[in-house]
Design a binder for this molecule. Structure first.
Ligand code: FES
Length: 225
């Protein structure tokens, strides 16, 4: 059995090339030169953690808190600025359940999968919602409306099984009621979309150029009585 240095010497590199740690490294990290300059927000996040050992998770948490997820371009810039290889950043981001690599939907629906909720059949909630929305766990509907997630425990075990929709806790859920709540969200979103298409403001008045022209015209028709 040879010691590592002896093996190095036998490899033909010779005594004139001392086996420094750097020369023996297989992969040398090269920063991504194509990544753009950091935005002021990202620069502020990075400067907050600059020089702090083991701050990668905190940096990722702050980036996600700002953007709602971890945008790929921001991770590339963060890798260059911190000197942490991008592969390591992705390794951490994909290892921890708390991080998202895709933008979340407009509504966040979370099913608690902690022990008390599991005993209360929260898996059935998850299945019912997944089949209603046509997506799996940690996915977002194609229209970008709803993201379906699970959480370990919401700290409301006496209310199990628990469903949390946009931060609002719904206690003792059943699959039917869970689907009903999400369906109401989707209906409201569809109504807003229609209102937007017709230029109806939240006050119930139309803001479309057509309606404004009709209302402003001197000889416009009298409103219905
Ligand atoms: S296990 Fe669901 S709230 Fe605790």
């Amino acid at each position: 059995m040879f010691a590592p240095l002896e093996v190095y010497a036998m490899s033909g590199l010779g005594a004139s090339a001392p086996p420094t740690r750097e020369r023996l490294r297989k992969h040398v990290y090269r920063p991504d030169e194509t990544a753009g300059p950091p935005s002021p927000e990202l620069a502020e996040i990075l400067s907050r953690h600059r020089g702090v050992r083991g701050a990668l998770i905190s940096i990722l948490q702050d980036i996600q808190a700002h953007y709602g997820y971890l945008p790929a371009d921001q991770l590339r810039i963060a890798a260059r600025e911190t000197g942490v290889p991008l592969s390591r950043i992705y390794g951490v981001a994909t290892f921890y359940h708390q991080f998202r690599l895709d933008p979340p939907g407009q509504h966040l629906v979370r099913v608690c999968r902690g022990t008390a909720c599991h005993v209360g059949h929260s898996l059935e909630l998850l299945r019912a919602l997944g089949s209603h929305l046509g997506i799996g766990q940690d996915q977002t509907t194609p229209d970008g409306q709803v993201t379906l997630q699970t959480v370990a425990c919401m700290g409301a075990c006496s209310l199990a099984p628990v469903l949390v929709v946009d931060g609002e806790t719904h206690a003792r859920m059943t699959p039917d009621r869970a689907v009903e709540i999400v369906q109401r969200l989707q209906n409201a979103a569809a109504d807003r979309e229609i209102d937007r298409a017709f230029g109806v403001t939240s006050a119930g008045t139309s803001s479309s150029p057509l309606s404004r022209a009709a209302g402003e015209g001197a000889g416009g028709e009298a409103p219905c009585r």
